[in-house]
Ligand binder design. Sequence first.
Ligand SMILES: Nc1ncnc2c1ncn2[C@@H]1O[C@H](COP(=O)(O)OP(=O)(O)OP(=O)(O)O)[C@@H](O)[C@H]1O
Length: 243
Amino acid sequence: MALVELNHVTKRYGALTVLDDVSLSVQKGEIIAVIGRSGSGKSTMLRCINGLERIQGGDITVDGVRVNDPATNLRNLRQQVGIVFQSFNLFPHLSVAGNITLAPRVVKGKDPGMAREVALDVLRRVGLEDKIDAFPDELSGGQQQRVAIARSLAMDPQVMLFDEVTSALDPELTGEVIKVLEAMANKGMTMILVTHEIGFARRFGSRVVFMHQGRIWEEGAAAATLASPRTPELETFLNAVLH
Ligand SMILES: Nc1ncnc2c1ncn2[C@@H]1O[C@H](COP(=O)(O)OP(=O)(O)OP(=O)(O)O)[C@@H](O)[C@H]1O
């Protein structure tokens, strides 16, 4: 069974269809790089997978749990599905430890000592254990983003969603974040990662998925598994990004 499954998903904002019959199956350990122009629906797809947005049609399941079922406990779901945004979204008034231990304490009921152990462990994984008592404004953008990743890892998710996580960073700081992503990939983490950069998508993704006007198409996929028909608009887009 796929770990993450989107089945004919439709998402609309009013009259605007943002996801148009999107189907995608992600197996455990796969790294899906999603590439597409601004406004094509990439962020929306991630937000739907994590249950931050309701869908109007189709089904999304994570480890067999239907995200769009009103009976599904989204809090439990979000423990399984970590999400990291372009803007790091750390709480500025909390230290690194405070940011990372908040959810393990509140959601998982871990005592402060255990939660700090978890924080140290995940900070080690992103190379920032010495910053455990720093505050976000004492960190570089790259370090803040690594803390944001560590904060997600502290919930021990099964899949991680990354939305343009290096876009807000100066070029010299993107490398340190990418190293963290690579280390997670080497440990077998399942990831869906949105990017603008085809080079990075190809290098990093075990599969590359193109998104255009709310529809997706997968590079190299057999005709039978194409997610959307290749319309003339899609061809134009693919030509633009691939050449
Ligand atoms: N909350 C919302 N209400 C109305 N429209 C929205 C909302 N969020 C996104 N949209 C619209 O949905 C479309 C897809 O947006 P989305 O953020 O998913 O695109 P994207 O591919 O991630 O773009 P970017 O690379 O710029 O982040 C856009 O036209 C956007 O304006």
